[in-house]
Design a protein around this ligand. Sequence first.
Ligand code: SAM
Length: 350
Amino acid sequence: MSPVAPALALDEAAVVLPKEERLRDPFGRAITDLRLSVTDRCNYRCVYCRTGNEGSQYTELSGEDYLRMAGLFVSLGVEKIRLTGGEPLLRNDLVELVRELASLRTIMGEPLDLALTTNGHLLEPLAGPLKAAGLRRITVSMDAVEPETFTAITRVPRSFERVLAGVRAAKQAGLEPVKVNCVLLRGFNDDQIEGFAELSRREGVVVRFIEFMPLGEDQSWKPETVVPIDELIDRLHSFRPLVELPRNAASETARRFTFDDGVGEIGIIAPVSRPFCGHCSRIRITSDGKIRTCLFSQDDHDLYKKMMRGGTNEELATYIRKIVHQKEKRHHIGEPEFQKPSRSMVHIGG
Ligand code: SAM
């Protein structure tokens, strides 16, 4: 494993920024949540995400570069970092990168809320080392609870058992609460809803259903493929009566439910039919070091290029502030003016 360089001593990070100087977009939303994509390689070819063509080019930067970018955002008020991709577990230096990121402190001097999203295929042996390196929480993407359907969606045979073992290893390592995210697609996995409810109850994981968004490489999104949340709630309720739980925080994207006996937890994330842009606290860095202000942005902004041209931390921080001031108010999915984003999910970082 190639170690990354030690955490950068960012002078700015040592200073507690006054509230009015922390990252805020033009609509007054505090930007505290960074999604950092550390590769756009993926070992799955999910039908709704990838074209299935092999050999596409990929881009990823050194752990040291990601660490410097993350440090800059943290020095401006980011408190939570989620590592994503592509598939982040494909990086050989991931545990080291997590260790370095975990040593960063927020401007209030607190440890970062460090999380990871993975497809789980490589997770079982890595869950313990990631936890020991300072990872706090994990989300595993899983679009079916039956192996055949799982293979049909991911186009990777015999992976289902590995992912389930990864989920169990994450729980055992204490990466709690382990969340399992399922993108529901009409005609592909909408017959798995009750199976996911059973999985949540049996495995003690939070299952979150996510609406399908127009972000695939092959532009296959159609409104008819989205499973409406009212239908999802009805199905879950017929399986066993649902009880709604309070939101954990105002910016939380999921509606939360348990069942009438308090066993299991279900989250419903509906960015298409119930957008939560008003509470958005997110900013993204793509695996090639570009800032994206929204999943659905038409542009991205080359922070890495500025870094490579010798930008000082101060210059880069000024640039980040400028870009955050261009953050979109909301997405326009389902409206006539909606334009598909300039990059697909695997290249943006989910
Ligand atoms: N490889 C990691 C994983 O599988 O979690 C991280 C990257 S993946 C792009 C992140 C998440 O985005 C996955 O849960 C995936 O299902 C979801 N995703 C991909 N395309 C999507 C789409 N069009 N709409 C909604 N979610 C999508």
